[in-house]
Write a protein that binds this ligand. Structure first.
Ligand code: MTE
Ligand code: HPA
Ligand code: MOS
Length: 771
């Protein structure tokens, strides 16, 4: 027996992603890598080429007659409910029967012997329609009297009218904030295997296997117990696979049952981008009153979002925009309203931050407005408005902010990034530089952790210890590259005091853990880590009872040491101990469960404690723009981010870096563009530009606030990391804004809209020159 002093891969240590080697060598299995059984069929979606119209007739005879085609699926082939709305609003048909509501909407599916045959045949449909007028963006939708896709939210605190009336300064403005395509490396995919009776097994790239399971059951008209959904891993999800996989899972399952053959469906990138939802773009009207020092006295905001034709997750997304419209700042009097607008575009969905980034950037815009109006460094305006101090700790949703660490965190970053001296140097540089201009900004983030749908904050896990001492770990979370499985395995390794390698990480499946929540809201390790720990503790408790009884010792005399167990005077290897427990008929398997305590939310009142805690961070970015072309580059970014006591610092840093870059992409080069006909013209990487490795900051210093510890009893006192650092990308946007403002000697707030593409930067420079 090796007498290890410590175990490998315990919590709070650096451990590379469990699949890192497989990712880079190509050995990691994704849904498309599953071996195809004899006779596998391939489905493809046929989509609309008009934006808003009544369907007069759908003639699929040419599709059916095309070579290799086995058949087609339309609304008429759905035995259960023709609806895959994730919130049960019954507004999202798998296939429409009478109304087309966006360009690229799936109308039917072709099923053929090969994917190529299906894809070609899908083009042959003859759809006769009667055109209807369309509204594409939230402003057009409001003008056209379009409805909300779901009930708006209102948050209010204080006496807003009095707040505005009594303040010496007031600024109103509008900000247009673009959406974002998820651009996961692995696109949407589902692969269904028919079983006997009503059964079907679906392998699907999904963040939410239980949702896919329930939707397949709903569409097939069978109970959930007939449907199994599996996912070993995704090649990225970023929110795009929380609900948007539903149609693919449903179509694959429908076809598998209809033809009793395995059926795979995998859209190409263009169809993935046009037929599935994205981040919501917003048009926000803000109204802010402040004193002469720049302290905010009252805020009003109307947040109109392009939700697309159906509700999908637009309710909770637009709610979260309001929850984050304060970012890190106390608003004494505030009224915020969401306007989740129906539009004739694809139905928008979850995307990293889930509406939060759109709220946060408006708070940062108001800070900028105040800074330019009062002639201050925006960082000073930020600081005087931070939560904290007598009576300054209530959010617009009446949750108290009790864990604010931004004074320290921002102070440390200000020092380590040498912010003040560099800002002065930049101002001096700009004064002497005609064409190139620089900007710098230090922006904070405070992000609420928990699903605002309170019931979602639950998780389950299943652990088996086999009688050879090996451990099988399963939980309800899904792996999309973020490292959730590694973290949860670390928790279990530490609980049993065994090496990480002893733990087998397994695919997520609705068969092992039922009724799971989406792996979303950054809560994967908080929820599933706790559920797995609970399962491990149950097994350990039984093992301790067994040891006490078998060896005649007290519980205090039983200790789980690295890879061994000490019982009184005796020490056994973990394997030998487990074998002995098995021989004594000890149950070596347990289902764990966890639900987040102390959270509640009353949406009608707009009051409660929706978040268990907050995660914090700050970033300082420096940019250079070329005022003749609008082109720019990020010279340097420094980040200090709070993940509490990190479960795995190297993985958390990876999340912080990736999220920052993705946030920067959202605000700089990633632009979604619909033409007046409602066609999305940026539907491929050729026209939609995500950041490249070469776009990253030239100098990129990323640190975790290693002194931070979650005050709440989260898993090992860690904090969620997936989404909060996305909003650190706002520092780049604000730095660009400063560079633009320099053209007119910082007299005026540039009011850049997002994304600040080179074109938009150039136009803003021109505007400033004219000012
Ligand atoms: N990281 C990678 N590599 N790939 C992803 O798809 N999704 C993000 C974030 N980090 C994502 C990612 C989003 S939107 C969320 S909500 C969280 O991971 C989900 O995982 P977690 O809760 O385990 O952090
Ligand atoms: N975040 C992410 N996904 C969600 C949420 C949320 O708050 N609510 C429902 N799905
Ligand atoms: Mo993340 S948008 O909550 O999947």
């Amino acid at each position: 027996m090796k007498d290890n002093v410590t175990i490998t891969g315990s919590a709070h240590t650096d451990r590379i992603h469990d699949s890192a080697i497989k990712h880079v060598t190509g050995a990691a299995d994704y849904t498309d890598d599953i071996a195809q059984p004899e006779g596998t069929l391939h489905a493809y979606l046929g989509v609309s080429t008009v934006t808003h119209a009544r369907i007069v007739s759908l003639d699929l005879s040419a599709v059916r007659a095309a070579p290799g085609v086995v058949g087609v699926l339309t609304a008429a082939d759905i035995p259960g409910h023709n609806d895959i709305s994730p919130t049960g609003q019954n507004d999202e048909p798998v296939f429409p029967t009478d109304l087309i509501q966006f360009h690229g909407q799936p109308l039917f599916a072709v099923v053929a012997e090969t994917r190529d045959a299906a894809r070609r045949a899908a083009e042959l449909a003859k759809v006769e329609t009667e055109a209807l007028p369309h509204a594409l963006d939230p402003v057009a939708a409001i003008e056209a009297g379009y409805p909300h896709v779901t009930a708006p939210l209102k948050l209010e605190r204080g006496d807003v009218e009095a707040g505005f009336a009594n303040a010496p300064n007031r600024i109103k403005g509008r900000m247009v904030i673009g959406g974002q395509d998820h651009m996961y490396l692995e696109g949407q995919i589902a692969f269904a295997f028919p079983g006997e009776d009503d059964e079907v097994v679906v392998h699907c790239s999904t963040q939410h296997p239980s949702e896919a399971q329930h939707m397949v059951a709903h569409v097939l008209g069978v109970p959930s117990n007939a449907v199994v959904v599996n996912v070993r891993r995704m090649g990225g999800g970023f929110g795009g696979k929380e609900s948007q996989m539903n149609i693919f899972a449903a179509v694959a399952a429908l076809a598998a049952k209809k033809w009793n053959r395995a059926v795979k469906i995998r859209p190409d990138r263009d169809q993935d981008m046009t037929a599935t939802g994205k981040r919501h773009d917003f048009v926000v009207d803000y109204d802010v009153a402040f004193d002469d020092k720049g302290r905010i006295e009252a805020v009003g905001g109307s947040f109109a979002a392009r939700c697309g034709y159906s509700s999908d997750l637009s309710g909770p997304v637009t709610d979260r925009a309001l929850f984050h419209a304060d970012n890190a700042y106390f608003y004494p009097h505030v009224r915020l309203e969401s306007r989740p607008m129906k539009t004739n575009t694809v139905s928008n969905t979850a995307f990293r931050g889930f509406g939060g980034p759109q709220g946060v950037i408006v708070a940062e815009r108001m800070i900028e407005e105040i800074a330019y109006a009062t002639g201050q460094d925006p960082l000073d305006v930020r600081k005087v408005n931070f939560y904290g101090g007598e009576g300054r700790d209530l959010t617009p949703y009446h949750q108290q902010v009790t864990d604010n660490i931004l004074d320290r965190l921002v102070g440390e970053l200000e020092q380590s990034a040498d912010y003040r001296a560099r800002r002065q140097a930049i101002i001096d540089f700009n004064a002497g530089s005609k064409v190139l201009k620089k900007g710098i900004a230090l922006t904070p983030v405070k992000f609420g952790i928990s699903f605002t749908a309170t019931w979602y904050n639950q998780a389950g896990a299943l652990i088996h210890v086999y009688n050879d001492g090996s451990i099988h770990l399963n939980h309800g979370g899904t792996e999309m590259g973020q490292g959730l499985n590694t973290k949860v395995a670390q928790v279990v390794a530490e609980a049993f005091q065994v090496n990480f390698e002893r733990i087998k990480i397994t695919k997520t499946t609705t068969e092992k853990v039922p009724n799971t929540s989406a792996t979303a809201a950054s809560s994967g390790s908080d929820l599933n880590g706790m559920a797995a720990l609970n399962a491990a503790e149950q097994i350990k408790a039984r093992l301790v009872d067994f040891a006490c009884e078998h060896w005649g010792v007290a519980a205090e005399e039983v200790a789980f040491l690295p890879n061994r167990v000490r019982i009184g005077e005796e020490t056994l290897s973990f394997d030998a101990f487990i074998k002995a427990a098995y021989m004594a008929r000890v149950q070596l398997s347990a289902a764990g469960f966890y639900k987040t305590p102390d959270i509640h939310w009353d949406r009608d009142k707009g009051q409660g404690r929706p978040f268990y805690y907050y995660a914090y961070g700050a970033a300082c970015s420096e940019v250079t723009i070329d005022t003749l072309t609008g082109e720019y580059r990020v010279e340097r970014t420094d980040i200090l981010h709070d993940v509490g006591r990190s479960l795995n610092p190297v993985l958390d840093r990876g999340q912080v870096e990736g999220a920052f870059i993705q946030g920067m992409g959202w605000l700089t080069t990633e632009e979604l563009w619909w033409d007046t006909e409602g066609r999305l013209r940026t539907h491929a990487p050729s026209t939609y530009k995500i950041p490249l490795a070469s776009d990253r900051p030239r100098v990129f210093n990323v640190d975790l606030a290693d002194w931070s510890e979650n005050r709440e009893l989260t898993i090992k006192r860690s904090k969620a990391v997936g989404e909060p650092p996305f909003m650190l990308g706002i520092s780049v946007f604000e730095a660009l804004s400063m560079a633009v403002a320099s053209v007119a000697d910082y007299r005026e707030c540039p009011r850049l809209d997002a994304p600040a593409t080179p074109e938009r930067v150039l136009m803003a420079v021109q505007r400033m020159k004219g000012a």
